[in-house]
Design a protein around this ligand. Structure first.
Ligand code: ATP
Ligand code: MG
Length: 417
């Protein structure tokens, strides 16, 4: 029979690397808890309309990248391409705005985008994200940014840059969009097909186009940051003040517009130089209009999404090892039938106490059992035979140093520290 391969752009997490994901997720959960964020889990698929309205129908994500299909009931369904819109949907649906605000949420979740697979770009990838609702203060923008930066610092990541910008509110954007239209009016013929359509509907989106010809044109376009209103400018200045106060270094980059339509005011990216062309590990910002846009009350919000595969790639390239806390603590080798039964019960008893113990199930020789224990990376090993059972004494071998000491067999668990 012909073999079946995994779909392009997907990735199996094999048993040998599972611990990395667990370690990463553990750090994310612990840090989120320390910042007062609670986990939210939403379905892997939603009504397509949620993303059309939430992400914006002039974005690359909606125009080119969504996994959309009709289900057997004829409804248009889309696999989650990003984490924010589903969280907003849930926030509204369950009236979370009625609770004391702000609502601080985080998620760790797969996302699906039909993109050209390459290093750091997959069709199913994972995001760690946070969203805060109900607070307008730039202090919360700064908290969200500091959560992302703290995670990277805790993991030992170096050499990342935090770029921040403000893309203003709806009002500043209306004015700015007119300036942009004026700028692009004489250059329309040189823009790509998609951008020509964006010109009328949402010229700001042109500034996020990856097409080389478009890039060449928009690099001289007026900068949005130079055109924001007084209130938005104050908010941006306050953000910078909070970041300075927390000792978080940043650069202002007036060209960041982000790939999703819902952002207002603060936008930011955390970029690394050591993972190749797809260097953005984290992107986020404020999206004050989105809750209303999706049928909720006027509630402001801010958040980020962090690509977990890119983060792991970065850790690998920096030579940062995540702790493997899932290795075998004690390997119990045995000789003979009586010891086989004893080993089975011993391992079972230790496991019930939460100690990671293992043994041989393949009928290996003692020598081969010890070799296997070594392969498993066991910290300690014992060899049990009739003698050890009779004397209630066994040589406990530290696999790291190679040294052994005699310990009571029925009190083994006390010596595994
Ligand atoms: P890019 O400019 O790289 O396409 P984006 O602006 O589309 O990124 P966001 O929608 O902001 O990305 O998603 C947040 C993060 O998720 C990104 O910074 C990145 O780390 C990660 N990410 C986005 N798309 C992919 C993908 N196809 N494969 C792996 N990670 C991704
Ligand atoms: Mg993208």
């Amino acid at each position: 029979m012909a073999k079946i391969a995994a779909p392009r752009g997907t990735h199996d997490v094999l048993p040998a690397e599972g611990y990395k994901w667990h370690a990463l997720e553990r750090e994310m959960r612990e840090l989120s808890a320390a910042f007062g964020y609670h986990e939210i889990r939403t379905p892997a698929f939603e009504h397509t309309e949620l993303f059309e309205r939430g992400v914006g129908d002039t974005t690359d994500v909606v125009q080119k990248e969504m996994y959309t299909f009709l289900d057997k009931g004829g409804r248009s369904i889309t696999l989650r391409p990003e984490g924010t819109s589903p969280v907003v949907r849930s926030f509204i649906e369950h009236s979370l705005y009625a609770l004391p605000q702000p609502t601080k949420l985080y998620y760790i979740t797969p996302c699906f985008r039909y993109e050209k697979p390459q290093a750091g770009r997959l069709r199913q990838f994972h995001q760690f994200g946070v969203e805060v609702f109900g607070a307008e203060s730039a202090a919360i923008d700064a908290e969200v940014i500091s959560l992302a930066m703290s995670l990277l610092a805790k993991l030992g990541v170096t050499g990342v840059r935090l770029n921040i910008n403000s893309i203003g509110c709806k009002d500043c954007r209306t004015v700015y969009n007119e300036k942009l239209r004026a700028f692009f009016a004489t250059r329309l013929d040189d823009l790509c097909e998609t951008c020509r359509q964006r010109y009328e509907k949402n010229p700001l989106r042109i500034l996020d186009c990856k097409n080389a010809a478009c890039k060449q044109i928009y690099k001289d376009a007026p900068i949005l940051l130079d055109n924001i209103c007084g209130e938005c400018r104050d908010h941006f200045e306050a953000l910078k003040g909070y970041l300075d106060g927390m000792g978080i270094p940043y650069q202002v980059d007036g060209t960041i517009v982000r790939g999703l339509d819902y952002y207002t005011r603060t936008v930011f990216e955390i970029v690394s130089d050591n993972i190749g062309a797809q260097g953005t590990v984290c992107g986020g910002g404020r999206y004050n209009g989105l809750v209303e846009e999706l049928g909720g009350p006027a509630v402001s919000a801010v958040g980020f999404g962090m690509g977990m595969e890119r983060l792991l790639l970065m850790l690998d390239n920096l030579g940062i090892a995540l702790p493997d806390t899932e290795g075998v603590t004690l390997f119990v080798a045995s000789i003979g039938e009586q010891a086989d039964g004893y080993a089975q019960n011993l391992v079972c008893g230790l496991r019930r106490k939460g100690i990671h113990a293992d043994r041989d199930y393949m009928g290996r020789s003692v020598k081969a059992q010890m070799k296997y224990a070594d392969k498993l990376g066991a910290r300690y090993a014992v060899v049990i035979g009739d003698d050890e059972i009779a004397k209630n004494e066994v040589a406990l071998k530290d696999m790291g140093t190679g040294e052994s000491r005699l310990v009571p067999l029925d009190r083994l668990s006390e010596y595994l520290g």
